[in-house]
Write a protein that binds this ligand. Sequence first.
Ligand code: RIB
Length: 306
Amino acid sequence: MSDIVVLGIFNADTAYHADRMPRLGETVLGSGFVLGPGGKGSNQAVAAAKAGGDVTIVTRLGADAFADLGRATWAEAGVKSAVTVDAESHTGAAFIFLQNGTGENAIIVSPGAAGRIDVAEIDSRAALIGGAKVFITQLEQPIPAAHRALQIARAGGARTILNPAPAAALDDAMLALCDYITPNESEAEGLTGLPVTTLAEAEAAADALMARGVGAVVMTLGAKGALYRDRTRSVHVPAVTAGPVVDTTGAGDAFNGGFAVALTEGRDVVEAVRFGCATAGISVTRPGAATASPRRAEIEALLARG
Ligand code: RIB
């Protein structure tokens, strides 16, 4: 049993640094390459554990070298795991283009084994998922698996977080199982069909999500921080800056991991959003995804600096 249970995928991130993406049929020379641990679910689990959470990840891996990277990453961060090994597929892998100068990225994910997680597998983890204080998932594994896990978590009394990434069409029954949904601006646009370029538009998109059954919306706004909005409160939490931006990969995951930890500790939700912003604020100053997330003491020191 763990306070925080994450359903999600692990990827080996293959990150290529270059000035720009190649066009179809074109080759461009890059300026660097890094292989490291990624996958939104795994990144969130690692970020939460490093921030002081008691965390278990539920996932599927292949029987290959990338799986070893996943296990080593979790061991170092203190993440427990409930893993199905699927030798008929591969461990998740991600191509990441990292733009020189801006740290912005573009990603292709191939979930492999984790793309085969089904409802029966989720049911076999019901005791773990139903026993969590906070349950969090994303959309890199199949949506029916995420939906079923949210049902189990809600029935068990967990607070449920859906990080709707990558963006996908979701039905209202699934949204109604989410105490918190944590889209970024483009995911909020994808879910609602509304533009999200200003704070007022972010608030309108949050209202549209709540009208579909979500409990509260925590929208990450990149350099502008995050919007927390429920039916009685609407708070813009500014970004917590820790230094120059080096790599934004996994910043949203760091946010979600930090947010989940603060919620399990019983903090007010806006304080939890601020804790998430600080976690993400440090992660973007470092290269990589899971490797960039900060330890608890670093987050507290940044928040103490105001
Ligand atoms: O959110 C960042 C993550 O998205 C990367 O680590 C990559 O693996 C993809 O899952």
